[in-house]
Design a protein around this ligand. Structure first.
Ligand code: HEM
Length: 531
């Protein structure tokens, strides 16, 4: 021994260096933890490195309720080291999403995106978001929904046939699977003119890939880096790493690229389908023209670019836009699949569960369906819209089980909301679930009471007390489509069948703990043919 202290084979210098690195890591991970103390906002104490992330592992929705009980409807939490102000108040929701929209245009920055997902609507920011949103909005008008309704009805034929098989064989229906396949067929057909037939081929690669994309876990290596080691993100971006599995993105990219190529060859406007893809392809042609004109202008005006981009707010009329690049079309298409699949199938599953466990409500809805449909020979958009009780059932189900537990915005300038000074860059989250389960707004919030959504009852409440699709100009663009699809599917099934609880039905259903609020066992029910 030469006298130097050797411990675990480390020299004293290495030992000191490791110590310094650990202290620096500790300081780095806790540096921000005084933010809320300084702002006078209460909240649960954070843990070094993790912030409050470990506390939500038993379920974000239940933990949030506990925090609200303890700290009130405005409280601060830390995602890793990043501070987030949480709000569970309808008025503050309105202030953030509507009144002060220009200060809260963007969602949280998503550090790891990869091509082509980095240009999808959900993650775009500022003027880029406005342009893409304005281009997409005409695809979701009531007039477009009317044109898409027959395509969804076609997909509902397979759904009814599937129910029939389950009924005949007296098999338990796993709602999530049946509705998931129906949802996949609907968006593929009405959105992109693709015949996926996933209902007759449950193992279809299209469905398998969609499911794979939605396997979200906070404990995946990618998520751990994003939350806890964000300084490594630029390196991962350099390698084009994404939150979405590359195999899945590749699969959908091929499917959609083929569909785009087909559309571009269909020049005859009368033969063109009216769907999301066609509207985007048309916008792409605007892009091509824009690029051609731009070259001309550069020649003629020595570089002056004369094309105006949409500059005013997103609620304004649709105006000239630069059109879509092919990557942008791909990104929006993939996002529609991802955003619509899990959410809509969960909604339909929870409605079926609520009806099975509340037989009077199911009978009342079936009476309404029989009355309306016997007066109408097609199940179009207007027929569906005329079913008032159906609307109440769907709204109450979305209140109880909103697919997104919360939504977020990032503040882009210093702003004061209800006396709270929010600094530029701060993340804010609005808790949909907690507002929907606030017993001051909805007494007995765990009970299924569709009558809460009669016209008179709705008028008594704050307009932002029901926000399953978010709020303001950056709300869910697919809301009309999702509601139409879910209602057509449910009406077609309830015309012929009645749901009932069976031995395998979980009452109440156990809910997923991370990401979207989904039924863990997929909602298993008995189904019988109506007399
Ligand atoms: C029951 C079904 C659905 C629910 C509950 C739902 C819910 C939501 C919520 C809460 C948001 C965030 C809104 C905000 O930040 O204010 C959102 C955004 C979005 N949703 Fe949906 N969604 C559903 C179905 C769909 C469907 C079918 C599509 C596509 C066809 C879709 C596409 C999108 C997109 C693209 C955004 C981002 C909008 C933007 O940033 O401008 N969603 N959705």
């Amino acid at each position: 021994m030469d006298g130097s202290c050797i411990f675990l084979g480390l020299s004293p210098i290495t030992f000191i260096l490791v110590g310094i690195v650990l202290v620096l890591c500790y300081l780095y991970s806790t540096w921000t933890f005084s933010t809320f103390k300084k702002m006078g906002i209460p909240g649960p104490p954070p843990t070094p490195l993790f912030g409050n992330m470990l506390q939500i592992r038993k379920g974000m929705h239940t933990k949030e309720q506990e925090w609200i009980q303890k700290y009130g409807k405005v409280f601060g939490t830390y995602e890793g080291r990043r501070p987030v102000i949480n709000f569970a108040d309808p008025e503050i929701c309105k202030q953030i999403t509507v009144k002060h929209f220009s200060s809260f245009v963007n969602r949280r920055p998503v550090p790891l995106r990869g091509k082509p997902m980095d240009s999808n609507l959900t993650v775009l920011r500022g003027d880029q978001w406005k342009e893409v949103r304005n281009t997409l909005t005409p695809s979701f008008t009531a007039a477009k929904m009317k044109l898409m309704a027959p395509l969804i009805n076609q997909c509902a034929n397979d759904l009814v046939e599937n129910m029939e098989t389950h009924c005949k064989e007296e098999k338990t229906v796993k709602c999530k699977d049946l509705y998931g396949a129906f949802g996949m067929d609907s968006i593929a057909s009405a959105g992109f003119g693709l015949d996926v037939s996933s209902q007759s081929q449950p193992g279809h690669p299209f469905v398998e890939n969609a499911k794979e994309a939605l396997k979200f876990t906070l404990l995946s290596p990618v998520m751990i880096i994003v939350f806890f080691l964000p300084f490594l993100v630029p390196i991962m971006n350099y390698f084009n790493m994404s939150l979405y599995p590359s195999k899945v993105v590749k699969y959908f990219s091929c499917v959609i690229e083929d569909a785009i190529a087909m559309r571009k060859t269909t020049k005859d406007i009368n033969n063109q389908r009216i769907d999301f893809l066609q509207l985007m392809v048309n916008a792409h042609e605007v892009y091509d023209q824009h690029m051609a004109n731009k070259d001309k202008e550069i020649d003629e005006d020595e570089g002056e670019n004369k094309v105006d981009f949409v500059k005013d707010g997103p609620s304004s009329q649709i105006k000239l836009h630069k059109g879509f690049t092919e990557d942008e079309i791909l990104a929006q298409s993939l996002m529609f699949f991802f955003a619509g699949y899990e959410t809509t199938s969960s909604l339909m599953s929870f409605v079926s569960y609520n009806l099975a466990t509340n037989p009077e409500a199911q009978e009342r809805l079936q009476r309404e369906i029989d009355d309306v449909i016997s007066n109408s020979d097609d199940l179009g958009y207007n027929t569906i819209a005329s079913m008032k009780y159906l609307d109440m059932v769907v709204m109450e189900t979305l209140r109880m089980y909103p697919s997104s537990i919360r939504f977020n915005r990032q503040c882009n300038e210093d702003v004061n909301i209800n006396g709270i000074s929010i600094p530029k860059g701060m993340l804010v989250a609005v808790s949909i679930y907690s507002i929907h389960h606030d017993s001051d707004i909805y007494p007995d919030p765990e009970k299924f009471i569709p009558e809460r959504f009669s016209k008179e009852e709705k008028e008594k409440r704050h307009p932002y007390a029901w926000i399953p699709f978010g709020a303001g100009p950056r709300n869910c663009i697919g809301m009309r489509f999702a509601l139409m699809e879910a209602k057509i599917g449910l009406v077609r099934v309830l015309q012929k069948f009645t749901f009932e609880p069976c031995a395998e039905t979980q009452i109440p259903p156990e809910l997923g703990k991370m990401g979207l609020l989904t039924p863990l066992d997929g909602i298993k029910l008995g189904v019988k043919r109506r007399k």
